[in-house]
Ligand binder design. Structure first.
Ligand SMILES: *Cc1c(COP(=O)(O)O)cnc(C)c1O
Length: 455
């Protein structure tokens, strides 16, 4: 079969997934359970339901159900911006002079500018269904906060966003999008929560981190009636919702008889990567196919490539359950690089376990190389990519150039998670030649790794 592959492979509306896929169901060794920090016993649904919506807590702990039906209300929201296109990067291939075939799944075609809306709308739906009046959350670069604001305005829920201070200052326009959708946005660490005050006292002048912002959002949720906390990455439930990315990719490739060889995604908390790869990893786990899967992370926040696989706190204030994951330590505060969405100290337990089992590999890349790749991509493919997504672009280009040397025409698929219109401070620094690469020393990493909880 050699059908001419169009620039954009679109699925029909009725080809959209009707279920999310839970890769844990096919894993023989399951990801380690979340632990209650007080008892060090596996967290129960009742305990998690104090912080999260009930149905989301159930999804979080379900290691066995392979398919969860996507509720009709969520499917009709998805239809506003899904199915998203799988694009054949003909122009990039030509520019690189590679025999490789490059495809990217583009998740930036909605106002939030990223894949995060896939889970935001699901989480807002379950909050509404439970009769809650509002949710709280953190946001790093601002994409999650924006996505959640959109989802909350759709379901008429109150939305409180704690935004990592460095992003709040770098991206004031993100805040305005969130406010336009009705959210209340606070720079973190703030003086509005007990944990925020404590962190400010301990690290004066800190530019914040996702870990701090999570602690603040959780505190706000548990001290506000009829409110729960929602999280945009890392959790099993988020990877479940994001599986819509991988399922669509799988269907689109099938439609043209294309077998992926290499699958690449950027990894912050692991949700887009986990969502993209889940159905393909499922095939690997069932012995149906093999793929070379690469997680790409920033050299400034290298949890997979330089972290430890251990139980750690998900947040700086140590209020969340403990998760076993590749981590740099919850007290690690990465340098203020421009891929805000990848500045998390830990990694999804599912992605961590797949990595530990050797089913996927990981690479770290420096931000000047990332922006160089973003520039190359933008100039030929027309899309201004998010710096986070550009980590995947960088490795996709590297892999395509390897094919140029070997003459192999591999099929390279990567996740283009979003657009970079709010990242122009980063692009400005790159264009001005002022971008710095910051790689933490072993001593710096040891400092936070030595504080891992003893479990
Ligand atoms: C948040 C974000 C990421 C990283 O988050 P994951 O949970 O690792 O997917 C990547 N790309 C974009 C555009 C983002 O907004």
């Amino acid at each position: 079969m050699d059908k001419k592959i169009p620039y954009k492979i679109y699925l029909e509306e009725n080809e959209m997934p009707k279920c999310w896929y839970n890769v844990r169901a096919d894993m023989k060794v399951k990801p380690a359970p979340l632990l209650n920090p007080a008892t060090l016993k596996p967290a129960t649904i009742d305990e998690l339901s104090a912080v999260f919506c009930r149905e989301l807590a159930e999804q979080e702990l379900d290691n066995d159900t392979a398919y969860f039906e996507i509720p009709e209300e969520i499917r009709s929201f998805y239809k506003m911006y899904r199915p998203s296109p799988l694009v054949r990067a003909y122009c990039l291939e030509e520019k690189l002079g590679t025999p490789a075939h490059i495809y990217y799944k583009f998740e930036g075609n909605n106002t939030s500018g990223s894949h995060k809306l896939n889970s935001a709308i699901a989480q807002a739906y379950y909050a509404k269904k439970q009769g809650l009046t509002g949710v709280t959350t953190e946001t790093g670069a601002g994409q999650w906060g924006t996505a959640l604001s959109m989802a909350c305005s759709y379901f008429d829920l109150k939305c409180d966003v704690f935004m990592v201070k460095v992003s709040y200052e770098q991206k004031p326009f993100r805040r305005e999008v969130m406010r336009t959708y009705g959210a209340n946005v606070t720079p973190s660490p703030s003086m509005e929560t007990e944990v925020g005050k404590k962190i400010n006292a301990e690290f004066p002048g800190t530019t914040g981190s996702l870990g701090c912002a999570i602690s603040e959002a959780v505190e706000k949720a548990v001290t506000t009636p009829n409110t729960r906390y929602v999280l945009g990455s890392v959790l099993n439930q988020v990877l479940l919702h994001q599986s819509v990315i991988g399922l669509e990719t799988q269907s689109a490739l099938k439609k043209y008889g294309v077998k992926a060889d290499v699958i690449i995604g950027c990894a912050g908390g692991g949700s887009n990567l986990g969502g993209l790869i889940s159905p393909f990893v499922g095939e690997m786990l069932r012995g149906e196919a093999n793929y070379d899967i690469i997680a790409v992370e920033p050299a400034s926040c290298p949890s997979l490539t330089r972290g430890k696989y251990a139980y750690d706190f998900c947040d700086t204030g140590k209020v969340c359950p403990l998760a076993k994951m590749y981590t740099l330590g919850s007290s690690f505060i990465p340098s203020a690089n421009h891929a805000g969405g990848l500045r998390y100290h830990g990694m999804s337990s599912i992605v961590s376990e797949l990595y530990d089992q050797g089913l996927i590999s990981a690479r770290s890349v420096e931000q000047t190389d990332v922006f160089k790749a973003a520039e190359t991509f933008a100039r030929v493919e027309g899309i201004l990519p998010a710096p986070e997504s550009s980590h995947a672009i960088k490795v996709a280009i590297d892999e395509a150039l390897k094919c140029k040397e070997t003459g192999e025409s591999k099929n390279i698929v990567f996740g283009l998670t979003g657009t970079g219109y709010f990242d122009l401070v980063g692009y400005k620094n790159y264009n001005d030649g002022n971008l710095k690469d910051y790689i933490p020393t072993d001593e710096e990493l040891a400092k936070s790794l030595n504080q891992l909880p003893k479990v």
